[in-house]
Design a protein around this ligand. Structure first.
Ligand code: UGA
Length: 441
């Protein structure tokens, strides 16, 4: 099938590459000329396992095209994906200006039936807005061309985006048209073999499904972080509690890891956006607000530990930091807890020697102008002559370090661990002072 994808970000690029991989003819449109030129040369704007070879291969084999020419994009596919960003505006609501701009563009150039598919995470009611904008534009053109608007939210995880898209757990389709269901069944047929993963519903339910999923996951994390704060004060070990409750199949082991707060582009943004949506209709979402509040304060845990150990004045101190990205296997630092940590340390006069396996360029882009940040080539180099070690991200390569080397390199044998990577007893035996999340004061 011929498919057009507007917006070559995480969602758009991965979806486009995966659709091309199974044989569809996919054109990607973006306003960013540099990005488009780079993609044609095989330079991929994000780090995502498996994405570069997938994009390169499908581009070379002619099933994946990149362009800034919106008109040719509209002409290309009957299926028109909207996968542009929906950044939070000032009050945390999702800003739909890019989504509506694409809707307008499609209506401006279309001459035959189009299926417009909202893939971006958009507030409930967006499909209606897209339809209205398109009808207005068509009216200005004095044309009556049929189209359908579908909500088809994306559930991929950064760091596993290609795998998630190739083997989705579910494909949620919100539509009011039977004909569209058939077209989407055909589009997704290669991903829907063996058992049916397509879940059909009305448009608004599909839009809300995406927010409900992310908010449920964020709730699990904030719940566990709340328990970890209790555990700390009660002299209990939250890691034991985690195993204890995870063994209950109704609760499960997934997403109950306490830590220094969730980050990334999705959870913080989507929780806030759903809070704003609720407020706009006069409902105060108390649980969601608590999820957000717990997460915000959780990001201050590591700086609080540092202050507990060294006092408020950190002038003359240098900290080794392992992990800058908001989670492993990505270079994404949006809303990462490392950013709150860095600001809090700098505010008190400290310097930081940081290492991350993938996010060094991103850190350079964001903080390149700050002398208080030294970006080091290896995790060992980050330790050299630092006062203590702080861990923000649970990268695999941090899980079994050489503790003798750490102890020799640091001025003080102190580790602040925001991801509970190590066994407290073992570290104490080795002579470390070990701060972790929810594992006794
Ligand atoms: C998230 C969702 O998992 C996807 O299902 C969703 O489609 C996506 O957002 C989206 O909206 O597009 P992602 O942002 O890639 O995906 O990140 P996650 O792997 O879900 O992790 C989010 C954060 O929670 C990370 O900062 C992670 O360190 C933290 N986390 C996760 C915890 O603190 N504890 C846990 O138990 C699990």
């Amino acid at each position: 099938m011929k498919v057009t994808v507007f917006g070559i970000g995480y969602v758009g690029l991965v979806q486009a590459a995966v659709l091309a991989e199974v044989g569809h003819d996919v054109m990607c449109i973006d306003v960013d000329e540099k990005k488009v030129e780079n993609l044609k040369k095989g330079i991929i704007p994000i780090y995502e396992p498996g994405l570069t070879p997938l994009v390169t291969k499908n581009y070379e084999e002619g099933r994946l095209h990149f362009s800034t020419d919106a008109r040719s994009g509209v002409e290309h596919g009957q299926m028109q994906f909207i996968a542009v960003g929906t950044p939070p505006d000032e009050d945390g609501s999702a800003d739909l200006k890019y989504v509506t701009a694409v809707a307008r563009t499609i209506a401006q150039y279309m001459t035959d039936h189009k299926v417009v598919i909202d893939k971006s995470t958009v507030p409930v009611g967006t499909a209606d807005k897209v339809r209205t904008v398109m009808l207005e534009t068509l009216k200005q053109r004095d044309l009556d061309v049929p189209f359908d608007v579908v909500s088809n939210p994306e559930f991929l995880k950064e760091g596993a985006a290609v795998a998630d898209c190739m083997r989705p757990e579910r494909i949620v389709i919100g539509t009011d048209s039977e004909a569209v269901v058939d077209l989407l069944r055909e589009l997704y047929e290669p991903f829907n073999r063996n058992h049916d993963r397509m879940i059909m519903m009305d448009i608004r339910s599909a839009e809300l499904t995406k927010y409900a999923a992310n908010c449920m996951l964020a709730t699990k994390i904030s719940f566990m972080n709340e328990i970890s704060n209790l555990a700390e004060r009660l002299g209990a070990d939250v890691e034991k509690v985690r195993q204890g409750i995870g063994s209950d199949s109704r609760i499960g082991y997934h997403f109950i890891y306490p830590g220094c707060g969730y980050g990334g582009s999705c959870f913080p943004k989507d929780v806030q956006a759903l809070i704003r949506t609720a407020e706009h209709i006069g409902y105060a979402p108390r649980l969601l607000q608590a999820v957000e509040d717990v997460n915000e304060s959780q990001k201050y845990k590591l700086p609080e530990f540092v202050v507990r150990q060294y006092g408020e004045n950190l002038e003359g101190k240098t900290f080794a930091l392992w992990g800058l990205s908001f989670k492993p296997n990505t270079d994404d630092m949006r809303a990462a807890s490392s950013r709150v940590l860095l600001e809090e340390l700098w505010r008190r006069g400290a310097k930081v020697q940081a290492f991350d396996p993938e996010a060094m360029n991103e850190a350079q882009r964001i903080y390149g102008h700050r002398d208080e940040l030294m970006l080091m080539g290896t995790k060992e180099a980050a330790l050299h002559n630092a006062d203590a070690l702080i861990i923000c991200t649970e990268w695999q390569s941090f899980k079994a370090p050489d503790f003798v080397e750490i102890k020799n390199a640091l001025r003080d044998p102190v580790i602040f661990d925001g991801r509970n990577l190590y066994d407290p007893e073992r570290l104490e035996k080795r002579g470390f002072t070990y701060y972790a999340i929810g594992r006794g004061a």
